[in-house]
Design a protein around this ligand. Structure first.
Ligand SMILES: O=P(O)(O)OC[C@H]1O[C@H](O)[C@H](O)[C@@H](O)[C@@H]1O
Length: 549
């Protein structure tokens, strides 16, 4: 038995879950109309109603006890003060420093990192302004109007999804395009519509070793040269963000055009660094800074609010409750706001890459469930497809509903419908519909009693499906910053309880290595015995159709 599952707090939670499982939330709401007032929390522009959860005060307190038994507060402080909590790579985890506007020093390996953070923000501001006012010109003297941001994983999802989410705040000084996939269709499609004389290519790669990003940048470079640009003109049209300055300069990026990154910022936590430059380029620096400020305020809330009023803590504890004590395999995110449609994909990387682990910090294989599958899409679209399984399937899927109270250029008719669907879905999931109600609905039909029973059975909705609802005034940069930081810290809370290192990703690393080996196989540079028979068969079929010259 692991340390975690042998804790008395764990045993208590197992017992509480067994006692709670037969209860129906519908009855709780009937018995106690003040339940929603008691089960809510608010911070940094976000209001959370968590009353539609299969939880009571006793279980919530027991979850807090479990977090404390796992040394939650000390481990939270260790992250914020720059300790090397990424223990498999010997690194600090300080994305919070990137949005820290206090005058305090913050030391990593004896060095204050804050001057470099502030300098980089200045560089982002200066660069954005030069681009926006047309001062930053290409090799033929034309201002650069198109930006192609090339990166993948954390060097793509954060900038792309935040830029998309904040569309109403775009300044329209430049158009920002994103390319991630090594599938040549993507980069070719993007470049096809652009004039190389007006295009800035931004390569985002913390490691500067990611195959997809290197290849896409190479293709963009060739496109630039084919268009008439010369090697010496590349400095004006190519910039990079990387912690590997040597590799970036060797690749041909001018050293002055390299924005720094640091090994204490994980890829999936990097949108707050210069990796977020495309956000600033699309929205203007002021809005980028507001995004950071929202995140910073959430950091402060996470550090200071009592655990029972603490948004990331509450969400993290509820996640553990369902994952470990109700056997929930997945968690669905349902943003009811079109511009926020990318949030599930963003949180998917954040959560699944962080807590998709099966070994504890000391290196023991776990005997309990860890990170869930994260998925979802924008409401109301999902209501007409996968919500069916959430309502009536036999697997429990806790949900987060998200809704802005107002939207830009609001059409009141549309917005009221959007909100009513959002609230109606969480209500339906919680209440369900009983067999008797369904049977009564069929009273006017001329069905035989047995047929009426059969149909009523099919229509019965068990309900008792948990959800959180997050409301916010509007999705401005500040609120988006606090929302994303809230999910970052939720993931952290769960990683602490499960005793995981939430900051490495060895599985992904293996994929990178194997992908390169197979490429050698495809190019005939690797002997057949390097691969298993199935992989070799696939390589052979591919080579038969695409034999290298
Ligand atoms: O920025 P890079 O070094 O190119 O890395 C890009 C991505 O690579 C991997 O897939 C990691 O798992 C991600 O976390 C990272 O964001």
């Amino acid at each position: 038995m692991s340390r975690l599952t042998s804790l008395p707090e764990w045993t208590k939670l197992s017992e509480l879950a067994q006692a709670i499982k037969p209860a129906h939330m519908r009855d709780w709401f009937n018995d106690d109309p003040s339940r929603p007032e008691k089960m809510q929390a608010e911070a940094c522009g976000l209001f959370l109603d968590y009353s539609k959860n299969r939880i009571n005060d006793e279980a919530l307190d027991a979850l807090i006890d479990l977090a404390r038994a796992q040394d939650f507060e000390a481990r939270r402080d260790a992250m914020f003060n720059g300790s090397h909590i990424n223990t498999t790579e010997g690194r600090a985890v300080l994305h919070t420093a990137l949005r820290n506007f206090s005058a305090d020093e913050l030391h990593v390996n004896g060095e204050d990192v804050m001057p470099a953070v502030r300098n980089t923000l200045d560089k982002i501001r200066t660069f954005t302004e030069a681009l926006h006012n047309g001062e930053y010109k290409g090799y033929t003297g034309k201002p650069l109007k198109q930006v192609v941001s090339i990166g993948i994983g954390g060097s793509f999802l954060g900038p792309k999804i935040m830029t998309e989410a904040l569309k109403p705040y775009h300044q329209h000084a430049v158009d920002v395009h994103f390319v991630a996939n090594v599938d040549g269709c993507h980069i070719k499609d993007v470049l096809a519509g652009l004039d190389h004389e007006e295009t800035l290519v931004m390569m985002s790669s913390k490691s500067f070793s990611t195959q997809e990003t290197l290849q896409n940048t190479q293709t963009a470079k060739q496109w630039f040269l084919d268009g008439g640009g010369k090697q010496e003109d590349i400095a004006k049209h190519f910039i990079a963000v990387s912690s590997n300055v040597k590799a970036a300069t060797e690749f041909g990026i001018d050293e002055d055009n390299i924005f720094p990154m640091w090994d204490w910022v994980g890829g999936r936590y990097s949108l707050w660094s210069a990796i977020g430059l495309p956000i600033s380029m699309a929205l203007g620096y002021e809005h980028f800074e507001a995004l950071l400020k929202g995140a910073h305020d959430m950091d402060t809330h996470f550090q200071e609010a009592p655990l029972k009023d603490n948004l990331p803590v509450l969400l993290g504890l509820l996640g553990v409750w369902y994952r470990n004590f109700f056997d929930a395999q997945s968690h669905v995110l349902l943003p009811y706001y079109h511009y926020l449609r990318g949030l599930p994909a963003y949180v998917q990387q954040l959560d699944m890459e962080s807590n998709g682990k099966g070994v504890t910090q000391p290196g023991e294989v776990v005997d309990y469930a860890t990170g869930p599958v994260i998925w979802g899409s924008e409401g109301t679209n999902g209501q007409h497809s996968f919500h069916q399984l959430i309502h009536q399937g036999n697997t429990l899927i806790p949900a987060d509903f998200l809704l802005p109270l107002t939207v830009p250029n609001q059409d009141d008719t549309h917005h009221a419908m959007l909100a009513s669907n959002c609230f109606g879905q969480s209500q339906a999931l919680m209440q369900g519909k009983t067999f008797d109600e369904c049977y009564a609905d069929l009273s006017d039909s001329d069905m035989e009693a047995s047929e009426r029973e059969r149909i009523a059975q099919h229509k019965t909705m068990p309900g008792n499906k948990p959800s959180n609802t997050l409301l916010f005034e509007k999705l401005d940069p500040y609120t988006l910053g606090s929302l994303v930081a809230m999910y970052e810290h939720k993931v952290f809370v769960q990683g602490v309880i499960w005793d995981l290192n939430s900051f490495d990703q060895w599985g992904v690393e293996l994929g990178k290595v194997l992908g390169n080996q197979v490429l050698d196989g495809i190019n005939g540079e690797q002997s057949a015995d390097a691969f298993d028979a199935s992989t070799q068969q696939l390589i052979d079929r591919f080579r038969a159709r695409n034999a290298p010259e």
